[in-house]
Structure formats: structure tokens, C-alpha cells
Design a protein around this ligand. Structure first.
Ligand SMILES: Nc1ncnc2c1ncn2[C@@H]1O[C@H](COP(=O)(O)OP(=O)(O)OP(=O)(O)O)[C@@H](O)[C@H]1O
Ligand SMILES: [Mg+2]
Length: 274
């Protein structure tokens, strides 16, 4: 990603948040009578993995919807590189460097692993034609395409299955394809919604290694929503805990692990200290 992507809107110079790639400020979101998020804030600096945990229905996926632009919050703001994008479309935010995966795996049986990455890259790079060509195949390849897609597959350990139909690979590999799609357009921030869901221990370890490699190699930031708390505490620089739509606490993995509030409200029982 070029330095140009980090340039902030001059109107925002002096804001303490301009170093953040992505920020949610006091987001409130309601669905009818249900308050899914209340005054939730989240900060994503460059080159960091931010964990987001909380029980079912805590509001994690809703926050991803608000961050990515699929949901318009009732109040609060979303900023990218210090500029307000609250009213901007998902396509605009993707163009500014935001990418996401969805909780449910959605791969196309007609496409190979490699083609999934190619399509994702073309769609995100040619946003002006997005509505005319949702498949991305009508778009021409750019000169860096083959190299960039190969590099992403290499980083995720997908090179060996590149030519296989994406629906023929094991679930763990399928999750990596999903991550590969999100990474294909070389975003600065990626929102991952339960990427380890349904994976066995070995596949989860592979996923964790892949995310570490991507961060080390590209400096990509991630927001990681997970029910696998050990994975989040292991991978994240900081963790936010949501409970019933509110931020219960935020801190380093060590602070979160030792927080009595978290143990009582989220883990259910005190964790014995060694
Ligand atoms: N489209 C919607 N319409 C109505 N209510 C919704 C909608 N999406 C989410 N909700 C409600 O908002 C709350 C937060 O849901 P959300 O899916 O964000 O939780 P989550 O933390 O992602 O849960 P999970 O861990 O089960 O994925 C829940 O009470 C849910 O029922
Ligand atoms: Mg969810």
C-alpha cells in the first residue's frame, strides 16, 4: 500500500485519531426494540491485531456491519485515517483499504481457489464498475495481478490447492480462501468474523500462523471476532470485550485474561492463577 493511503483530510489535521486506520466512536445501533450496540468505540491502529470477543448476540457482527458500511448506526461515527466515513458506502470504504469476511463461508463451486482471489481483487480494484459486473470476471487483469495473487496464496499456504475448485478443499482451507479473498485487494484493515469457526486444532493453528505471516509481511491490521478466546488472546495486541451491546472492558490480552469483570461475565467462572 502506498503512503498516499495514509494521507488525512486536512480538515482533520490535529485530531488525535488520525493515526488510526479505522475507528468506531460511540456507536449506537438498534434493530426495532433491540439495542445491538450502545456507545461502542473501537480503535484500530496500523499493524495491529485487535480482538473482539463476547457471547452470542453481544453485537460483534453488528459492529462489523457498521464498520464496513452495510449498517448505518443510529448515532456515532466511523472514521478511516481520521476522516469521517459514516455515510460512505461499503465500496468507498473498500477503496480506502477496508476489507472483511463473513461469518458464513460462501464459496462458489464453479471457481478454483485462485479464481476466488482473482475475482475479489478485480471487484475491489474496479469499484466504478461494481454494479455492472458483480462477478469481476468481465474486468481485465492489471499487470500486477498474477504476481499479487500468487503472493497472497503463498502467504496463506494456498499455493498447492490453487487450481482446485474452492468447494472441494477442506473447511480449514476454505476459511483461508475466505481470508485470501479479503486480502486480495491488499487492504490496510481486514475484519474477520469468526475465521476459526468449525476448524480443528491443527487448522486453527494454521490459520493463526497465516495471520501472523500476513501481519509481519504486509503490516495489515485485523479486527478478529472469535469465540475461540485462547486464539484471540494469543494473536491480538489489544482486545475489546462486548457484552449485551456494550464494551465491558478493553485492554491487552494479559489485562483481559486477569480482569475479574471478564471472568465473571464472560468466562463464567474465576480463572485460577498459577
Ligand atoms: N438484522 C437484524 N435484525 C434484527 N435484530 C438483529 C439483526 N442483526 C442482529 N440483530 C440482533 O442484534 C443483537 C446482536 O447480534 P449480532 O449478530 O451482532 O451478535 P454477535 O455478537 O455477532 O453474535 P454471534 O456470536 O452469535 O455471532 C442480537 O440481539 C441480534 O438478535
Ligand atoms: Mg456474529
Amino acid at each position: 500500500m502506498s503512503d498516499g493511503a495514509r494521507v488525512v483530510d486536512t480538515a482533520d489535521v490535529g485530531s488525535p485519531t488520525e493515526d488510526l486506520l479505522l475507528e468506531a466512536v460511540d456507536i449506537t445501533m438498534r434493530f426495532g426494540g433491540v439495542t445491538a450496540l450502545e456507545d461502542v468505540s473501537l480503535q484500530v491502529p496500523a499493524d495491529q491485531i485487535i480482538g473482539l470477543v463476547g457471547p452470542n448476540g453481544a453485537g460483534k457482527t453488528t459492529l462489523f456491519g457498521v464498520l464496513s458500511g452495510l449498517l448505518r448506526p443510529r448515532s456515532g461515527s466511523v472514521l478511516m485515517n481520521g476522516s469521517d466515513v459514516t455515510s460512505r458506502s461499503p465500496q468507498h470504504r473498500a477503496h480506502l483499504g477496508l476489507s472483511r469476511t463473513f461469518q458464513r463461508l460462501e464459496l462458489f463451486s464453479e471457481l478454483t481457489v485462485r479464481e476466488h482471489l482473482v475475482v475479489a481483487r478485480r471487484v475491489k480494484r474496479k469499484r466504478h464498475n461494481f454494479f455492472f459486473d458483480l462477478t469481476g470476471f468481465g474486468e481485465r487483469s492489471d499487470s500486477d495481478e498474477a504476481e499479487a495473487v500468487d503472493a497472497t496464496m503463498e502467504l496463506l499456504g494456498l499455493a498447492d490447492v490453487a487450481e482446485q475448485p474452492a468447494t472441494a478443499v477442506p473447511l480449514g482451507t476454505g476459511r483461508l480462501v475466505e481470508v485470501g479473498r479479503a486480502l486480495a485487494a491488499e487492504p490496510t484493515v481486514v475484519l474477520l468474523d469468526e475465521p476459526s469457526s468449525g476448524l480443528d486444532e491443527h487448522e486453527t493453528a494454521q490459520l493463526a500462523d497465516a495471520l501472523r505471516r500476513v501481519r509481519a509481511d504486509r503490516g495489515t491490521s485485523f479486527v478478529l471476532v472469535e469465540h475461540n478466546v485462547d486464539l484471540v488472546l494469543d494473536l491480538s495486541d489489544r482486545v475489546t470485550v462486548l457484552d449485551f451491546g456494550r464494551v465491558l472492558t478493553e485492554g491487552t490480552p494479559t489485562e483481559i485474561r486477569n480482569s475479574p469483570e471478564v471472568q465473571a461475565a464472560y468466562f463464567g467462572a474465576p480463572v485460577e492463577t498459577p
